[in-house]
Design a protein around this ligand. Sequence first.
Ligand code: ADP
Ligand code: MG
Length: 692
Amino acid sequence: MFSRTHRDHPIDQNIQYLKTVGPKRAAVLKRLGIETVHDLLYYFPRDYEDRSQVKTAFETVHGEKATLIGTVTGVRETKPRPGLVVTKLLLKDGSGFFMGVWFNQPYLKKQFSPGQKVVLTGKIERLTGQVQVYASDFELIEEGEELLQEGRIVPAYPLTEQLSQRLLRRIIKKGLDEWAHRLREFIPPHLVEEYALPVLPAALKEVHFPSSNLKAQKAKERFIWEDFFLFQVALGLRRLKLTRISKPHHYLPHPDILEEFIERLPFTLTAGQNSAWREINRDLDKAGPMYRLLQGDVGSGKTVVSLLFLLKAVGSGLQGALMAPTEILAEQHYLSLRRLLKDSGIEIGFISGGLRKKERLLFLERLRGGQISIIVGTHALIQDDVEFKNLAAVVIDEQHRFGVRQRALLQSKGHYPDVLIMTATPIPRTLALTFYGDLEISTIRELPPGRKPVKTYLSTDMGSVYRFIRRQVDLGRQAYIICPLIEESERFDVQAAVELEKELSSGIFFRDCRVALLHGRLKTNEKERVMKSFYSGDVDVLISTTVIEVGVDVPNASVMVILGAERFGLAQLHQLRGRVGRGSQESYCILASDSQSEDARERLKTLTRIADGFSLAEADLSLRGPGELTGFRQSGLPGFKAADLIRDQRLILQVRREAFKLLETDPELTCRDNMLLREELQARSMLNWGGG
Ligand code: ADP
Ligand code: MG
């Protein structure tokens, strides 16, 4: 997300033009996400190995890993048995003779000649009185050339096929030599000074080929700083921009439609729903557009709140849009809106990918003309040809699937609508500031009254799980069975689901039950048909891939079984669990897993103990630490190169303060000290997140 895309700058040219690369290697590097020289320089090591402490042969200890330097006195090759070639390099250092040993790498023999100096690292064996190095790596020492692979702290990078550490180190070194000195520090000088940040070219060199551990550490910190800083400045700029805009539309204080709707609701709003609605209302009265995040646990009733918002717009003669992350979810919203607003005379449209061209055109026409008051869809809603008459209220459901960029795109339509973003993934405050630093936040803390927590169990015995489902079905309830998540591709997920459906619908457990299958590869109208029959109770057991993860709301469903539960993240499991427990009856979530891993079981057990999403997010944090938190990785949120959102929380706040302080004094980044920063943001396409 933060790669530079600014093709004018020579450092953003394709990597294949770098000496030592060429088209073939460029293709390999591309698999690592390295397409330009800039990408290459910002491809940071995952680790280092300290090979800077060179020992003499005499000093080495049996069994240790050590680095030695010696002069070649000879090479020998033996073939002790078929299929085994042993290359032995005889070397001499100040303390005596030793030997480097390699297996099945016959081509090595030709690389060495007597008199040559070699540095090598490997495991030491001293059994026979002779010092042998089972060399994992080596490098020839050439006069006047800097060592890359040996005799120093060496970087270890995440790799891919056909790319070795040795080669990648060489390519990166080449990139550094040619390009690093041309980069100029863009973090403003007073900050570089105050935080003692190593400046750009030097920091790049040190992060790849550090001259000491401390320097490596400092360089890494600098790039973490950089990640956060650019992001926060971009958010800050966006926020500033939004506050300067005044929206073109006005709301009536109490539209009839809205008042009637609230009166007719079959329940009273919870305190949390009420206060969120008050906060939204206050925003709607302001001159600038609302930009608010509504967070609340699964089932806390966010949808109703968003409906009030949409109805306020419609009742004021304006248009509203509801955007969901998946087609199924969008459709469900559409159907339930239709149900809720049945006799209101409000025209609701559903823009699906399955529309035929003619239908679509007609549809868009009516949207442009204002005949359609509320439109529901996926991000197809923000495509170019979708135009509104007077779009005022936008709801984005399940935000974690949308990135900052997509949020910004909406505004670029020029309407500056009020935007409400909903997420059921509770996140700690610092993270919220990081991701949603441009948003105000409302939180619904409680669930509607009368909800019983979903009883959650861990099980390995599928027979009894299926029997249990059967008993629930016999009581008139419905059940979900979620197929295991298979990482590599959706195709495998679908395959697994198809097979499971075959097995279960012909097996004994669900004889006479109505079993249906749902997955992402079904045609839209088939999905629709399946979901409809599940809503209406015509299907008892729904076997599904994770396409139903978010938002689906069928109160009569009382069992959620998740197969291969260990493969899901906690947050995702919690989301899935949230599909049940929506009515007043007792409901169950069964995590089926035969994983033997201690970690996995511990994680799943957390879920059986903890019912609410906020506590779960915290437990998740402390259990697993950063990376995987609640599916943030796959969600298109910032692709920080060096930063770790959890580990570096304190830093985030510090950097955020600095970024905002900077913008207070120079909101356009036009001061001399901030020019390069502006350029860098531009190069990374981070300058115009506000669109327009
Ligand atoms: P989520 O926050 O997960 O999107 P939903 O909006 O889907 O939750 O609401 C979950 C269920 O709770 C829905 O069936 C909804 O009708 C119901 N609900 C919402 N608010 C209340 C309330 N105040 N009292 C009782 N039920 C409510
Ligand atoms: Mg929802």
